[in-house]
Design a protein around this ligand. Structure first.
Ligand SMILES: [Zn+2]
Ligand SMILES: [Zn+2]
Length: 123
């Protein structure tokens, strides 16, 4: 029997599975079965995957270039697992800034006046 692309080394003679396969340090070599004692060839297959993220400006040592993205009003609060409406005098005003270089977003608190000014000049 043959075993291809298994997660563990399996004996081609008796199907024994070596749970400590990660200890096999070489790319290929021989391995001795812990069950039947036969020696067999092992080739290690390594799957390579890639993940990418943008390099944050701070990692590059440069300043974010934040630009206006949006404004919003938070009219609700989240407390003890529930959302509840806030009275108008407790609404908070926020501006979302987006860095044009790395795409980082931040939300800053602004006054109601600023909110209205941004709203009329940007939207
Ligand atoms: Zn075996
Ligand atoms: Zn940035």
């Amino acid at each position: 029997m043959e075993h291809n692309y298994e997660n563990n080394i399996k004996c081609p003679y008796c199907d024994w599975e070596d749970k400590d396969s990660w200890e096999f340090g070489e790319e290929s070599g021989t391995h001795t079965c812990g069950e039947c004692g036969e020696e067999f060839n092992v080739e290690r297959n390594i799957e390579i995957t890639y993940s990418t993220t943008k390099i944050n400006c701070e990692e590059k040592g440069i300043k974010h270039n934040y630009q206006f993205e949006n404004v919003y009003i938070r009219k609700e609060k989240f407390e003890k697992g529930f959302w509840s409406d806030l009275p108008e005098n407790e609404w908070t005003y926020h501006q979302i800034m987006l860095c044009s270089i790395c795409g980082d977003k931040k939300s800053i608190n602004i006054s109601k006046d600023d909110y209205e000014r941004e709203l009329s000049s940007n939207l």
